[in-house]
Design a protein around this ligand. Structure first.
Ligand code: ADP
Length: 777
């Protein structure tokens, strides 16, 4: 091709173009095209193929043709029926139209062959371009899995960058415009770059297309699945009819509503809710909420009462039958009930049984319910810190429920049960509201006939409920509640009382529970005493009951396995059933010592004795307190020192001891934290003994608060303290004179064998406890 400009007939292509080295065939019908072909065949068989800009144009003018096309060789012509000619051509090289010579009967042009050899890049650059192209091609084939691998393979074999670009343009699926761009680029390197960018764009497009296809597919799948399931559900529901559907449930509600004894307001509300539920699609979450609400309203004992027995004598009988002792408690309970019966006014205070755990508070409440023929329900308040626990959650709240009061009523199944508020002292309040305020409303007879639970929304009448509360200690009962309560103390049991309770109640109860008959197991008195003393340490009888239960369990096994008919538990074989004893007493010391004094303490599990030790050393007047002591105890030790300083002369202590002597007070066995002022005189006595080097009698114990002037003030928990003293083998106890009145309330059994000395000041304490004359020690 020596001439760079040649004269050549032009054939307009529709929708395609042809690149050099490409062989294609196409059909020709238009007159001008046929003429152009004929002219070409008379002359070297060369033809210039150019794409039309608009493929739909039947008679394209020269303006509607691209400027650049391909000089091609006609390889074959086949005449087909209908004046159609099928042409097979091979592209030879790029050409650019310079001139149109004529337009009729065919377009004749002057075309300049394009120079394609002047690429000026290094070999490395060429290599790099090749590699990038190959990578892109591979990626292209990956995202277009249907693409022929054979074609890709062929392309990967081409090392001429210009030809590679043409081959790619011819073989990948891109628009005519893109192909035309590649055709128009004469420089091989730039042409390949252009191809790469088109290739990359195609890859991106393919990926995006794939993603979208996937999303669309998933969506369609999901919709189809749901549709399918819904249709199935419809069929199932149709098949079953309304048998298990809503209709059945609504009928049940209507029946229940008819039977329900409740105020009209309540019935109307339930009816309204039933109407509402009919309109809610079954299975919707709203439906569940409404159903729960209806069921809750239907279950509440609105107007259903048990017939209350007001026979006080019979009540007394039942209380006596179920519980040993507790005389005072029973008396006050019966009085309270008598007053309630006589006065129609219901604002009498609420009974609150106060005492250590296991002393029968809960069980006496149950007995009272029994005696009055009221249903019994226990509501544990320990640990409650949220008002909603009492009053419930509003229905709008997810998982809303009625509060404990309404739940209690439901449980009781009558509107006049005995409701026991257990551990009323263990409630606390925080940011979620104060439960004690809500409880106050519950207990207030002025308001409690219209108690509002957030969940129920209707007023609930609690005026027929008999409330009883229990607590372990008064201190932690919320003040406003305390005003509404009539406190009835339930005190610790003596060892003897425990014996009686065990023999009359606990053993029988446990035998029955373990399926043993009376006579199959006997526990001797001494064994029982040992269980009480050495296996339990408590104010009540809960652990005692548990230990008896343990024996019953083992005995039941022996009866079954060893075929024994009777089992006798004695002091000797007790260890076989309960293991070695757990508790030993801190018995009185062998001899009197200097600086060691026995005090008496009250703890939540009953009374205890504590040995207070004082050491004095030469020093600079330092004062130290160790052991588990509370602040009140520390202050009362300081009060003792002040007292001693003011009495140095009378006591025979060096006047400036507080500058020259270090004092160390220690309270051993500090496992149970102790606090309170009642160890005041004990600590003072121990210090005086240590400072004067005079021993304190080992069989004396004492309790009492001390003032700066040495007066002795009264203390609490006297019964428990005396019990502890007796258990430890103490002979003489010093108690504040002002506690004299309390002694009369304490059973003779406790004070028997104990010398009780009333003291009003420290002089008397020292006189009774400290051995002033050394020769007597
Ligand atoms: P509290 O409520 O004071 O913690 P409980 O009422 O739970 O104590 O009593 C624990 C167990 O001891 C119960 O089985 C109870 O029947 C029994 N109990 C306590 N005191 C007596 C008593 N005086 N007579 C008979 N059984 C008693």
């Amino acid at each position: 091709m020596e001439d760079t400009v040649i004269k050549i007939p032009l054939l307009a292509l529709r929708g395609i173009n042809i690149l050099p080295d490409m062989i294609i065939h196409f059909d020709v019908k238009r007159k001008k095209s046929v003429n152009a072909l004929e002219e070409a065949m008379t002359n070297e068989q060369l033809i210039f193929l150019v794409a039309q800009k608009d493929a739909s144009d039947e008679e394209p003018t020269i303006d509607n043709l691209y400027n650049i096309g391909t000089i091609s060789k006609i390889k074959q012509l086949i005449k087909l029926p209908g004046n159609i000619i099928r042409v097979l051509v091979e592209g030879l090289e790029r050409g650019e139209i310079q001139n149109f010579i004529s337009e009729d009967p065919y377009i004749m042009t002057e075309v300049r062959k394009m120079d394609t050899e002047n690429s000026s890049i290094s070999e490395e650059q060429e290599e790099a371009l090749l590699r990038i192209t190959f990578e892109s091609l591979e990626e292209y084939s990956k995202v277009n899995p249907g693409y022929s691998t054979e074609t890709i393979k062929n392309m990967l074999a081409i090392r001429d960058i210009g030809k590679l670009a043409d081959s790619i343009a011819a073989n990948i699926n891109v628009s005519l415009e893109d192909k035309q761009l590649i055709l128009g680029e004469a420089d091989p390197a730039r042409r390949l770059e252009l191809t790469i960018s088109i290739l990359k764009r195609e890859i991106e497009l393919s990926k995006i297309k794939k993603d979208i296809q996937l999303q669309v597919k998933q969506k369609i799948d999901k919709n189809q699945k749901e549709y399918y399931l819904r249709e199935q559900l419809k069929v199932i529901q149709n098949e079953l009819g309304d048998k298990y559907g809503l209709g059945e449930e609504i009928d049940k509600y209507i029946k229940q509503l008819k039977k329900l004894k409740a105020p009209k307001k309540v019935k109307d509300k339930i009816e309204k809710e039933i109407e509402r539920i009919k309109k809610i699609p079954s299975g919707s979450s709203e439906g569940v909420v409404v159903r729960n609400y209806i069921e809750c309203l239907l279950e509440l004992p609105w107007n259903h009462k048990t017939k209350e027995s007001t026979d006080i004598a019979k009540g007394e009988e039942i209380l006596d039958r179920d519980h040993y002792g507790l005389k005072k408690v029973k008396e006050r309970v019966l009085e309270h009930l008598a007053v309630r019966k006589l006065s129609s006014k219901t604002d009498s205070p609420i009974i609150c049984l106060i005492g250590p755990p296991g002393t029968g508070k809960t069980s006496i409440a149950k007995s009272i319910a029994n005696a009055l023929n009221r249903n019994y329900v226990r509501i544990s308040l320990g640990g409650i810190r949220d008002e909603a626990e009492i009053r419930g959650h509003r229905r709008t709240y997810i998982g809303a429920m009625p509060g404990r009061i309404v739940n209690g009523l439901k449980q009781a199944g009558s509107s006049n049960p005995l409701m026991l508020f257990d551990e009323i002292d263990k409630m606390s309040s925080d940011f979620r509201g104060d439960p004690s305020a809500a409880l106050l409303e519950v207990l207030d007879s002025e308001q409690n006939n219209k108690f509002r639970d957030h969940y129920i929304e209707l007023p609930v009448n609690l005026s027929d409920v008999l409330f009883i509360a229990t607590a372990n200690s008064v201190q932690t009962i919320p003040k406003p509640l305390l005003d509404r309560l009539e406190l009835i103390p339930v005190t610790s049991y003596t060892a003897n009382e425990k014996m009686h309770i065990a023999r009359r109640h606990l053993i029988i109860k446990q035998l029955e529970k373990h399926g043993l008959k009376e006579g199959q197991l006997t526990i001797s008195k001494n064994a029982l005493r040992k269980i009480i003393d050495s296996y339990t340490k408590e104010a009540g009888v809960r652990n005692l009951e548990r230990k008896i239960g343990e024996i019953c369990r083992k005995a039941a096994k022996e009866v079954l396995v060893n075929n024994k008919s009777t089992i006798k538990i004695t002091e000797q074989n007790l260890e076989k059933y309960l293991g070695i004893p757990v508790y030993t007493f801190d018995m009185i010391a062998d001899k009197s010592q200097v600086g060691v004094v026995r005090g008496l303490a009250w703890t939540s599990v009953g009374g205890d004795t504590l040995s207070i030790e004082v050491n004095t050393m030469k020093g600079s007047g330092k004062f130290e307190l160790t052991g588990q002591l509370g602040d009140v105890m520390k202050e009362s030790a300081k009060a003792g020192i002040s007292y001693i300083r003011s009495k140095t002369k009378e006591l025979g202590i060096e006047e400036e001891f507080y500058k020259k002597v270090d004092i160390h007070i220690h309270i051993p066995e500090g496992a149970v934290p102790k606090d309170g002022p009642s160890a005041g005189i004990t600590m003072a006595t121990a210090m005086i003994s240590a400072l004067t080097n005079k021993p304190v009698k080992n069989d004396v114990a004492m309790t009492g608060e001390i003032t700066l002037r040495g007066r002795v003030l009264p203390i609490g928990g006297l019964k428990e303290k005396l019990l502890a003293a007796k258990r430890a083998g103490i002979k003489k106890v010093l108690i504040p004179k002002d506690n004299t009145k309390n002694i009369s309330e304490i059973e003779k059994e406790i004070t028997r064998g104990l010398e009780v000395v009333y003291v009003s000041n420290m002089d008397e304490v020292i006189k009774e406890a400290v051995i002033l004359d050394e020769s007597r020690a």
